[in-house]
Each structure stands twice: as C-alpha cells, then as structure tokens.
Design a protein around this ligand. Sequence first.
Ligand SMILES: [Fe+2]
Length: 419
Amino acid sequence: MRAPAAASIQDQPLARRYESVRALSLALAAPLSDADATVQSMPDASPAKWHLAHTTWFFETFVLRDSVPGYRLHDERWPFLFNSYYEAEGRRHARDRRGMITRPTLDEVRAYRAHVDAAMAAALPTLGDDARAIVALGCHHEEQHQELLVTDILHLFSENPLEPALWPAARKVPVAMPGPVGWISPSGGIATIGHDGGAFAFDCEGPRHEVLLTPHAIADRTVTNGEWAAFIADGGYADARHWLSDGWAWVKAEGIAAPLYWEQRDGAWTRFGLDGRRPIDPAAPVTHVSFFEADAYASWAGARLPTEAEWEAAAQTHDANIGHFMDAAGPVEPRPATEGPAFFGDVWEWTGSAYRPYPGFRAAEGAVGEYNGKFMSGQFVLRGGSCATPRGHARASYRNFFYPHQRWQFTGVRLAKDL
Ligand SMILES: [Fe+2]
C-alpha cells in the first residue's frame, strides 16, 4: 500500500480533477464494511459513510442546487443528515449522533455519490466562473475529508480489541536514525507570509502580509519517537514544571502518559497504526501528540514551538510536494526524512500561534463564508501536512487548526528557540 511519488493532481483541468478526487474517496473507503463505515468512535470523529455523503452534499448543495436550473435533490431528507455546520443551510443532525445513521446504507451513499457525479459531469461544461470556483473549493474540501476519513477510521479501529489493520501490508522502508537536530538560523527582521492570491488557497491563508521575526532558530526536522521515549523515561509526563496549566489539568484528568495509540507491551513501546500494532520506530517522527504535549516536550528540551510566521518563513523556499503524503495508493506511515530539512508531509506540526485572522481577512459572502472564519477561537495552527494529507493539498501558507487537547490527527512537533 506504499504510495509512490506522483505528480500533483491539483494542476489537472477541473473535470479531471473532480473525477480524481472523488475516486480517491471511494478507494479509501473500499476496504470498509457497512459497519466499519457507520460507527462513530467519538464526537470529534465522523463515520466514513458520513464523510462520503457530506462531501457529496457539498457539491449537490453549493453547485447543483444553486447553479443548475431544474436539478432535483437525490433525496430531500438527506441535507439534514449531511450538512456539517452551515448555519445558513438551516437545521441539521447533531454532530455527536452521526453514528446513529444506520440508514442510508453504505451502498445507498455510494449511489448518492454516483447520482451527484453524473449530474456534475453534465453540469461542469456549463458552469460560470463563480460556480467553477465552488467546484474547486469542493475538491479541496473533499481532500480535507479524505484525511479525516483515514484518521477517523484509525481511531475507530483502535477501539477494537482485535486491533485490526486497515492496510495490513508492510508499508515501511527501514531508514537510518536521523542525526542530531540541526538548527536553521534565519536572519530575522521583516518576513512576508500568507497566500498571494494566485493559485487556490483557503480564505484564512491571506491576505499576504509582513511580520516581524525576532532572532531565532528553527529545527531542521521534527521530533522522533526515540526522542519522545526519552522524554517519557525522564518523567516528562509527571513533571508539572513543563506543562501549561490547562495541559497539566488535561494530563491529570485523562491519565495521559504517552502519545495516543502508544502502549507498552513486554516492556517496549508499541503504537497502533493503519497497519495494526507494531513496535515504535525510534527514527520516525512522533505523531498523535496534542498541543499540550508538544509544548511540554519543547519546555523539557529547552526550546519552544515555532510561531506560524517563523515556520512559514523557513518553509516557503521548499517544495511542498516533496514529502510523505497520501497518494492514490493510500496513506503512508510517517517516516524519517532521508534528506533534510523537510517541512512538508509526515506529521502536522504544532505551532505556538493561535488560529486567528490575518490583518485584512474577510470571510466570503454566503454559506461558504462559514468555511473557516467562524472557527478562529481557542484553536492552534498546525503546518506542513501529514502522511494522510493528499499529495498536493498542502502548501507553505496552509493553516490547519485544532483544539489544544486534540491528537487523533497525525500531529507532531518541530522545535524552535530564541537566539
Ligand atoms: Fe466539511
């Protein structure tokens, strides 16, 4: 199941791009039974069937319903089920009850996708620029849900005592242990970050603007499992000095003592992954850690998390398509970079920056204006993409965001320090 490097599908004509994105979603869900695709393992995660239907609802609602005269909804009851959070689209089913939707079945959701895909294929040549922009947004939206589909299934399978492997084939290449962290020392001063508005970007990535960077250094790679095991062995999870107050309360309340999916078996650390439970690879990037854990580790290591401006200033000269991403053959495991510095792929990197609007940010008019802006409260920015991010989806200006306790995504750590 290891994915070979492939050309980005982001550059394809819109109809071809639509087909590619839609096909990947079905391919990712292909190994799943109806039961696998229906159960919701926690409120943060959604059933695979819901992801498949919700991404379809997005095209049906914001393209077919809004821009194709005479289009009739596949089922008029389903928008209530598959609207995620768009207040402008009215009432909807509760997020934490998505696992109760045993009907429609997985096959009926696949039929929904086929119905909408046929209508989209017929409509695409007739659409104006505004509707085509929504189609492009819908493709990027579906790619975001492909990553969630993978990480939500991983969480679901982790709850099964049999610890099933979603993709059981070995997908790892032995790679030598990376050397000590190297430090990149930019000159500091004024840097320019944010998307310039040329190719596609989500609205929260702009406007492009200047920021002042104080003298600092940023690590040339992410923290490894081996380094994280040393943090654990040194009592890192039991030493309040390293933890933010909210993080320490979370550790105590939840009994946190290791990254999500780590367990000690016969005295050695193992982790649960898409290929089942295996010993941790000390050379691989640590993943499934929260912002709280990332910050505590940085404190223990005598460093800090980079700001998102520091990260972007360092990463924007690197090729965002080079790295371990998800391709048509499926996701890969996070793997150590064979040549550094690598800023993209493997694991999302927590930054110390709050997810807030850039100067001059304005959300779009209408329902799609709810896409990003209304979530700019209480969350932290992550950068770089992960092994479950579709290749070509990430870029230097890309801002992912999660709450500080969340860690079921492929989330890791890059250090920075003041000079
Ligand atoms: Fe969505």
